[in-house]
Design a protein around this ligand. Sequence first.
Ligand code: APR
Length: 265
Amino acid sequence: MAAPDSSQDPAIRQAAQLLWKARYVMALTGAGISVESGIPPFRGPGGLWTKYGEPPMNGYQQFLDNPRRAWEERLNPTGPSEILRTTVASANPNPGHHALVAMEERGLLRYLITQNVDNLHRRAGSQNLLEIHGNSTLTRCLQCTSRYALADTPLDVLPPSCPQCHGMLKIDTVAFGEPIPPDVLAQCHQTTERCDCMMVIGTSATVYPAAWFPMQVRDRGGVLIEVNLYESELTPMCTVSLRGKAGDILPLLAQAVADLQSADA
Ligand code: APR
């Protein structure tokens, strides 16, 4: 499938117009944006859960029942967790991540909510970033929610303790069954309430509460622009659905909006 040319593709031009006219643009990203960085998705073709089955929904309870074993398993992962850990460790941001940074730097993209724990948006340079499922390079205190770099966290005693309040540290990634950290969730709601145009990029939109945010935007009269290789749960609700790889489409979309902005300047 040849990548569409921004000036030629009417769908890209329509999406660029919608972004340019919007007052408060946001993006929601999922595993699909990191596939071109070598990290497999979870569902659909090539998905980890498709291949290995969905993980148990009580991951968080398992952590609370035996934090030391959970940490040992985290530090010596097997199966899909090991694939995730090694692919994340060797991954780099791709043109899709960089295009969102360019949109933020041009003042178009206000906030980015990501479901990804791979740290690639941060490494690409995204600033207004909300990591709703946490970040695999960080630890988080379950008592005071302070976060620390995993690389700086002493692991001689497991589970490690919070240097500030001595609470128990967990990897920052949100386990199945774990509540979304309230600080991040509150910011996701606050920013989404202002949003009138949301790009939904590389997500199957099957996991909540993340999948709610685009629906809230749409329900309040806002528009959704989808970028996905295949149809998703959200496709019928989107004003424009761009079919293709995020790393191909997002740079073209960023350029098309930039052209409109400079033509207007
Ligand atoms: N470009 C754009 N979209 C892509 C690409 C690509 N190169 N490759 C795959 N996709 C799309 C797929 O079509 C699919 O719709 O990305 C989506 C990936 O969906 P999932 O694997 O379900 O990932 P995601 O939506 O992020 O999952 C949500 O589920 O397992 C949990 O915590 C995990 O954060 C994750 C959450």
